[in-house]
Design a binder for this molecule. Structure first.
Ligand code: SAH
Length: 413
């Protein structure tokens, strides 16, 4: 638990800001970011999380209010545009209610694990809240939220029902120059509200039971963004030998078994994730005898399988983000190409390929082009079954929020 009194408060005096015309236009269209170099005038320097109010240069009208982030090129993270509103517990509560309403359809889909708040797209820049049954994981990507943490937690208590809440801090936040998390006694994986959990978090996704490590797992413990794709993979898996590359804790593997896969081979570099995968398989009543787990580097592991002439009828490739900066683009493209080529070589004739990318620098068109070209260069024919994107709980509120694209294809030589 933390002592809220020790957290910094946002300054009483708001920072008043003027920005370039292009930035004014973007704000009028509801874009949630003001870049550092778009600011032409600013009343005073502020601290992380102080409120910055942008007025238009011509008439001095209110354009937007947001959280000031002195360490980030995205200098103002917008909370509210066009119509002024007080930023407080009630403001956050309204946004949370709206976010929660949006996720209502998931309940009918036998799903209790989902992203309740997806950053800017739900009005909470640089922040996500994931629900794992009765538990919530709150992940902060910027220190701007620290002065507003108390109001935010109160708003969650006002609007959302849950038993406990775990705090996760982004890597940047854990290692930034000021080390703000540590400074205020905030730790990644720390419980902020509710009693200690008796065990790992449990939740249901499309009727399947999963467990996740909310305190130490990747992101907040699970990758909810692939829910729809996992269900589609379930539909294709019947009678097939399935290879699940970058399996993590078995989201695709368990769905493949639920769809009647003959066998599943899961490949991931993380041994603890694979242990959880086995638990997830067994908790759903599937036989571990049909499941092979391989803890290895995906590239090396796939190559070894090619050399030993292994064949599968379905290959799932769900890699981590390879390109989130311009500099890493070229390397990422090469990595995707190699993965496609290896996956195709591991497929028996008339197999199904599922390939995804969550790199935000590689847009959907580029990705599909990359996959189809790599296939044709390697001498394979791809019949695209479906191209997919974001699930309902990852709404795309502005262009930069779109990162996930995936393709299902039938493959013939
Ligand atoms: N498909 C999963 C999510 C995958 S997340 C699901 O549906 O839940 C990406 C995974 O890639 C993580 O589990 C991480 O451990 C793994 N990973 C990252 N780099 C890797 C590498 N070089 N070789 C193998 N696995 C890797």
């Amino acid at each position: 638990m933390i002592d809220f009194e020790k957290l910094p408060a946002a300054a009483d005096k708001n920072i008043s800001v003027r920005v370039k015309s292009a930035a004014e236009r973007a704000l009028r269209q509801g874009h949630p970011w003001v870049y550092e170099d778009a600011i032409v005038k600013q009343s005073h320097l502020g601290n992380a999380g102080d409120l910055a109010v942008v007025y238009d240069r011509e008439k001095n009208n209110f354009l937007a209010v947001g959280l000031y982030d002195p360490l980030s090129p995205i200098r103002i993270k917008v909370l509210q545009s066009l119509q002024p509103k007080r930023i407080n517990r009630g403001f956050f509560a309204e946004k949370l209610k709206a976010a929660s309403m949006k996720r209502q359809p998931l309940i009918n889909q036998k799903t209790t694990g989902y992203r309740l708040v997806y950053g800017e797209s739900d009005g909470f820049p640089a922040l996500v809240v994931d629900r794992y049954g009765d538990a919530l994981a709150l992940k902060l990507y910027s220190s701007v939220w620290i002065p507003h943490l108390k109001a935010l937690l109160e708003a969650l208590g006002d609007t959302i029902s849950f038993d406990r809440l775990v705090l996760r801090l982004s890597r940047t936040l854990q290692t930034d120059r000021l080390n703000v998390g540590k400074l205020y006694g905030l730790n990644d994986g720390q419980r902020l509200l509710g009693d200690a959990a008796p065990g790992p978090a449990q939740f249901v996704e499309n009727g399947l039971l999963f467990q996740a490590d909310m305190a130490k797992g990747h992101k907040t413990g699970f990758f909810f963004d692939q829910r729809d794709n996992r269900l589609k993979a379930r539909e294709w898996a019947g009678g097939r030998r399935v290879l699940d590359v970058f399996s993590y804790t078995g989201g695709f593997s368990v769905n493949a078994l639920a769809g009647g896969a003959r066998s599943v081979t899961a490949l991931d570099a993380s041994a603890p994730a694979l242990e959880t995968l086995k638990v997830n398989v067994e908790n759903n009543g599937y036989d571990l005898a049909n499941v092979d787990v391989i803890a290895a580097d995906a590239f090396a592991g796939m190559w070894q399988m090619i050399e030993s002439k292994r064949k599968f009828n379905m290959v799932v490739v769900d890699p981590p983000a390879f390109a989130n900066s311009r500099a890493s683009m070229r390397k990422a493209v090469t990595a995707y190409r190699r993965l496609v080529e290896m996956a195709l070589r591991l497929l028996a004739n008339d197999g199904v390929l599922f390939m995804a990318s969550c790199s935000n620098r590689i847009d959907a068109e580029m990705f599909y082009e990359l996959v189809t070209r790599s296939a044709s260069v390697a001498g394979f024919k791809l019949d695209v079954l479906e191209k997919t994107g974001h699930a309902l709980d990852h709404p795309i509120g502005f262009p930069e929020a779109a990162y996930l694209k995936a393709i299902f294809a039938r493959v013939t030589k």
